[in-house]
Design a protein around this ligand. Structure first.
Ligand code: GLV
Ligand code: MN
Ligand code: MN
Length: 413
C-alpha cells in the first residue's frame, strides 16, 4: 500500500486550529466549553465531515468521527487525542493526535485501503485540568473512571458546574450515557508530541511509548488570619501565603528526596486572598501535581507532602484542608498494539525508540478498556505547554504515516 501524507495540508490545518485561541497568536489558550473551544470543535468536525466520516458527540462533548469498515459489527479501532489547551500554551499538544490522525485516515482513503473494522477518530473533552481541576475529564467519564453524578456537580473557579457549562455548549444528554463498555474498541492508538527532549536529542523520528506515568493532583486550601500589612505585628501573624510557600518547598523536597529522577512535583496554582499589597494573606488555594512511573513511590511522595502540611499548619497556626483530586495508576501499553506500531515503523524505515510518557494522556484511561499504545514525535527542544512549542511538518507527517500504517494493520484483523 502506497501511503502519502499531505504534509503541507496537515501543517496548514494545525495553523488554522492554533489561530482559534482565547489569546492572540502565538499564545494558544483553549479552555473547555469557552467560545474558542466550541469554535475549534466546529472546525475539526467540519474537516471530519468533509473527509466523509460520520460524526457523533456524547453528553460531555467527546466527539467520535467514524470511517465505516466492511464489517461494522466488529469492535472498531480507535485513535485520537484532545484539542483543548492550557492557558498560555502552544499549537501542537493534543492537536497533532487529532489532525494527524485525520490525515492518516485520509491517506488510507486515498490509497484505496478498505478497513475491515471501523476506524474511529476520538476527540476527547478537556484532557487538560484547567477548568474543573481534573485532567482527562472526557476519557475518565468514557472509561467509567469518574462517577457521572460527581462529575456533573464539579465546579470551576467561578462556581459554574460542569453540567451548566456543558449544557451552555449544547451537550444536554445525561452524563450517565457517556461510559463505554470494556471491549468496545478493539484497540486504541494515540499520536502525540513527546513534550520532552529525547527523540530530538537522539535524532529519532518515532517514540514507541511502553508506559504512561501515574499522575496525582492535590488541592490545598490554607486558612490563616488576614489584617493590615502595616499594623499586624510580625509575631502575631498567621499568614496563609507563607504557609503555602513552605508547602510548595515541601513538594519540591518530597520529589527530590524520592531516590528517583522519575518523581516530579509542581505547585502550579497558588491563589492568594484577598490579593492586596497592604493586606496579610488570609487564605490561599493551591493546586499541586505529583507524578512518577512507580505508583508506590508517587504515593510515598504524596504522604510526605501531607505530613509536611500538618507540621507547617501546626507551627504557623493556620488550618489546611488537603483534598486528593486524583491519584491514578500508571498505564502499561499493550504488546499486540506495540507490535503493530513497531512493524509499521519498520515498513516505512522509520527509526524508533521505546520510551515512557511522563506526561499523561487520554491513553492512560483508554488503556483501562482497550488494548492501547502511543507513539510520540519529536518537538523542538522538548518544549511543551508554552507558546513556543513546535513540531516540524516533516515530524508530524512521519508520525501520521506510522499511525496510518498501524491503523491499517489493526483494522484488517
Ligand atoms: C497533560 O497535559 C499533562 O499535564 O501531562
Ligand atoms: Mn497538555
Ligand atoms: Mn496532550
Amino acid at each position: 500500500m502506497k501511503l502519502d501524507i499531505e504534509q503541507d495540508r496537515l501543517a496548514a490545518e494545525l495553523d488554522a486550529l492554533g489561530a482559534i485561541s482565547q489569546e492572540p497568536l502565538p499564545v494558544v489558550t483553549r479552555v473547555v466549553f469557552t467560545e474558542a473551544d466550541v469554535e475549534a470543535r466546529n472546525f475539526v468536525k467540519k474537516l471530519c465531515q468533509e473527509a466523509g466520516l460520520a460524526v457523533r458527540e456524547d453528553a460531555v462533548g467527546n466527539t467520535f468521527a467514524r470511517w465505516m469498515g466492511e464489517n461494522p459489527d466488529l469492535e472498531p479501532v480507535a485513535t485520537g487525542s484532545h484539542i483543548d489547551a492550557i492557558p498560555h500554551a502552544g499549537r501542537f499538544d493534543g492537536t497533532v493526535g487529532v489532525l494527524g490522525a485525520l490525515e492518516a485516515i485520509r491517506a488510507l482513503m486515498r490509497a484505496d485501503y478498505r478497513p475491515h473494522r471501523c476506524i474511529e477518530l476520538v476527540i476527547f473533552t478537556s484532557e487538560e485540568p484547567t477548568r474543573f481541576g481534573i485532567g482527562c475529564l472526557g476519557s475518565r467519564l468514557l472509561t467509567g473512571r469518574l462517577d457521572p453524578e460527581t462529575a456533573g456537580a464539579m465546579k470551576d473557579r467561578d462556581g459554574v458546574s460542569l453540567d451548566d457549562a456543558r449544557w451552555a455548549a449544547g451537550f444536554e444528554a445525561s452524563l450517565a450515557s457517556v461510559p463505554l463498555a470494556p471491549g468496545y474498541y478493539a484497540a486504541f492508538v494515540e499520536l502525540h508530541i513527546e513534550q520532552g527532549p529525547l527523540l530530538e536529542r537522539h535524532n529519532v523520528p518515532i517514540g514507541v511509548v511502553t508506559a504512561i506515568a501515574a499522575p496525582a493532583s492535590l488541592r490545598i486550601v490554607i486558612q490563616g488570619e488576614g489584617g493590615h500589612a502595616g499594623a499586624v505585628l510580625m509575631p502575631d501573624r498567621h499568614d496563609a501565603f507563607l504557609a503555602a510557600a513552605e508547602i510548595a518547598l515541601a513538594v519540591e523536597q518530597a520529589a527530590q528526596s524520592s531516590g528517583s529522577i522519575d518523581t516530579v512535583g509542581t505547585t502550579g496554582v497558588c491563589d492568594v486572598f484577598p490579593g492586596a499589597v497592604n493586606s496579610v494573606p488570609s487564605r490561599v488555594r493551591m493546586e499541586i501535581d505529583v507524578r512518577d512511573i512507580d505508583e508506590d513511590r508517587r504515593d510515598a511522595a504524596l504522604h510526605k507532602i501531607k505530613l509536611a502540611c500538618e507540621e507547617i499548619a501546626n507551627r504557623r497556626g493556620v488550618q489546611t484542608n488537603l483534598e486528593i483530586v486524583n491519584a491514578d495508576s500508571p498505564a502499561h501499553c499493550d504488546p499486540r498494539v506495540l507490535e503493530a506500531l513497531i512493524e509499521s515503523c519498520k515498513i516505512h524505515n522509520l527509526p524508533f525508540e521505546r520510551m515512557i510518557s511522563r506526561a499523561y494522556h487520554d491513553s492512560l484511561f483508554m488503556s483501562r478498556i482497550a488494548p492501547t499504545a502511543m507513539l510520540f514525535i519529536p518537538c523542538r527542544n522538548g518544549v511543551s505547554h508554552r507558546p513556543d512549542e513546535y513540531a516540524s511538518p516533516e515530524a508530524m507527517a512521519q508520525g501520521a504515516l506510522a499511525l496510518a500504517e498501524t491503523l491499517a494493520h489493526l483494522a484488517a484483523i
